[in-house]
Design a protein around this ligand. Structure first.
Ligand SMILES: Cc1cc2nc3c(=O)[nH]c(=O)nc-3n(C[C@H](O)[C@H](O)[C@H](O)COP(=O)(O)OP(=O)(O)OC[C@H]3O[C@@H](n4cnc5c(N)ncnc54)[C@H](O)[C@@H]3O)c2cc1C
Length: 376
């Protein structure tokens, strides 16, 4: 793979840079405030309307059908401009693309891609997180609908979602992985309640818990076949684990560069150990950047990813937490810096080893699915 821009890529990059100079919404560049979350929907639509969202997704669902190297350029330029990242809906898009029939794809994907409709992911439950297959939310057929009852938790974007991709048990007698189906469920109906959850960094708009009490989903809005919800869930979470997809790498690189600059300006405030931490954050970020390039190169060669996504997730978590540890020092030296962005970044980084499957679960997957070790 050539790491330089082709003429077409260079043209795309300079057009994007010019657009960003005019259209950067001036929101905080990362998820460290409620203001950031409130601005997500208009930012999504602005990016899409300008041709900068869904770039690598099929034209049939509103994308531009370009190679995913353009997504990487987008992420790099968003980070360089200090603009918010592209909203992360790619994992839902991939799940629906792979598992839904044509009518469901056409009904929902253009809305998700364009940002006209907001979605959340209703998988986790109070007693079903790592062991997701024991989920208890149920969906029972009633004429042309299913009636849904249950309780979801840690549902990102539930605050602003129009739809929720809900995993629910449709066959109570089937083995636990087999009796689950996936549904598109409207959030603005009487049987659905969303309650925000406050995060450790003070954010209340990122996620919430959602209860379904006699909520209804149309049978035609089942995503995939009955009993195939588990397979869809595995596609969704495998894409959720990929750092290239999430566009985080360029943000880590930007943060680490700023941290290095602060350390240079205030050298005396930093111990050798602090600089060591910062040095490892720089090394980790560069390693992750090259790793994502390799994944991208695989993808351009038509190799789709599988369980290696767990390696990506472990590496991404490690790097985010390395960068955040370096940021913790900066937050002590510059406590007022942009309302203490560094401290909020540190607090948020704790969630990275939990969301999308915990670090322990990723390590189990690496051990059993990649290294072929027996389950412990
Ligand atoms: C910021 C954030 C956003 C999220 N967004 C969403 C969302 O949009 N939609 C959604 O559905 N969910 C979401 N989640 C939930 C997330 O997927 C779960 O928190 C995660 O899967 C862990 O489940 P749990 O919290 O129930 O912890 P548990 O599964 O109870 O785990 C507790 C601890 O036990 C360990 N453990 C459990 N089982 C094993 C095992 N077999 N081997 C070794 N260790 C084990 C875990 O690693 C962890 O350390 C989000 C979480 C966070 C933090």
């Amino acid at each position: 793979m050539d790491y330089g821009d082709s003429p077409a890529e260079a043209q795309f990059r300079s057009g994007l840079r010019a657009w960003l100079a005019e259209n950067n919404p001036g929101l905080p560049a990362s998820s460290t405030s409620d203001e950031y979350w409130a601005g997500q929907a208009p930012w999504h639509r602005a990016l899409y309307d300008a041709g900068y969202f869904g770039i690598s997704w099929p034209e049939s669902v509103g994308g531009r059908g370009l190679p995913s190297v353009y997504d990487v350029i987008l992420d790099e330029e968003l980070a360089a401009a200090g603009a918010p990242p592209r909203p992360s809906v790619g994992y839902l898009v991939q799940g629906i693309l792979r598992h839904a029939g044509d009518d469901v794809r056409q009904r929902f994907l253009p809305g998700i891609v364009s940002g006209r409709e907001r979605w959340c992911q209703g998988f986790s439950e109070p007693d079903a997180g790592s062991d997701l297959a024991v989920l208890r939310t149920r969906a029972d057929r009633d004429g042309d609908d299913y009636v849904i009852n249950g309780h979801k938790v840690w549902t990102s974007y539930s605050d602003q979602a129009d739809w929720c991709l809900v995993l629910a048990r449709t066959d109570q007698d089937a083995p636990k992985h087999k009796g689950i189906s996936a549904f598109a469920v409207r959030m603005d109906q009487p049987g659905v309640q969303q309650r925000p959850l406050r995060m450790i960094n003070g954010i209340t708009r990122e996620f919430g818990e959602v209860t379904f009490d006699g909520a209804r989903a149309r049978a035609v809005d089942m995503v995939g076949e009955p009993g195939e919800g588990w397979r869809l869930a595995m596609t969704v979470v495998s894409h959720e684990r990929e750092p290239g997809e999430l566009g985080f790498v360029s943000r880590y690189a930007k943060a680490v560069k700023e941290l290095a600059q602060l350390a240079r300006e205030d050298r005396a405030a930093y111990t050798e150990e602090d600089l060591h931490t910062l040095g490892w954050a720089l090394v980790g970020t560069e390693m992750l950047r090259l790793h994502v390039r390799r994944r991208l190169s695989d993808r351009l060669d038509g190799i789709t990813h599988g369980p290696e996504g767990s390696v990506d997730k472990v590496l991404m978590t490690q790097v985010e937490q390395q960068v955040a540890h370096a940021a913790l020092k900066a937050s002590r030296v510059h406590p007022d810096h942009e309302e203490d962005t560094w401290m909020k970044m540190y607090l948020y980084s704790r969630a990275q080893s939990v969301m999308g499957g915990t670090a322990q679960i990723q390590r189990n997957l690496i051990a059993t699915r990649i290294l072929g070790l027996p389950p412990s």
